[in-house]
Write a protein that binds this ligand. Structure first.
Ligand code: ATP
Length: 135
């Protein structure tokens, strides 16, 4: 029997079609907080912030790391355009730990706001990679 909770999710990064599949729920981090999207969600376009996306397929849950981008929500289709998207097995945790140390040093030594914001974004990417890569 057809599952009427199913909708289409597409995740596109600049270098590949990262994911395309039929799912029942997707949870992600946006500039307005964490949201869970089911079929029939009100149409919305929102901004993605670095974090872990949780994709619930009918028989499996998949986790991935997504960094800045946009999310377009339609009634039966969600499209995510992400600047960087990574599966857990693609993440080099040691590299992320080094990036975390560099970002923290930049935050502590920064003398201007722009550099501080950039360093905070780099820190968020590193923390997301450490969290997901360790799974
Ligand atoms: P780094 O300072 O280590 O390069 P970054 O946060 O500046 O980290 P990004 O700009 O987010 O890196 O990503 C640049 C490219 O490097 C992307 O293709 C991304 O997938 C890859 N990348 C960055 N860090 C890692 C990592 N820890 N493991 C695997 N790939 C990574």
């Amino acid at each position: 029997m057809a599952d009427d909770r199913i909708f289409r999710l597409k995740i596109i990064s600049p270098d590949r079609l990262f994911y395309e599949g039929d799912i029942t729920m997707v949870e992600l981090k946006t500039s307005e907080g964490e949201i869970g999207i089911y079929k029939g969600h009100i149409p919305l376009t929102t901004i993605l912030v670095p974090g872990i996306v949780r994709i619930t397929e009918p028989n499996e849950v998949k986790l991935a790391a997504l960094y800045s981008g946009f999310v377009e929500i339609l009634k039966d289709k969600v499209t995510i355009l992400a600047e960087v998207a990574e599966w857990p097995y693609e993440i080099d945790v040691n590299r992320a730990m080094e990036a975390k140390i560099r970002a923290e040093r930049r935050i502590n030594n920064s003398d201007n706001e722009v550099d501080e914001i950039r360093a905070e974004m780099a820190l968020r990417r590193a923390l997301t990679r450490i969290e997901l890569g360790g799974k």
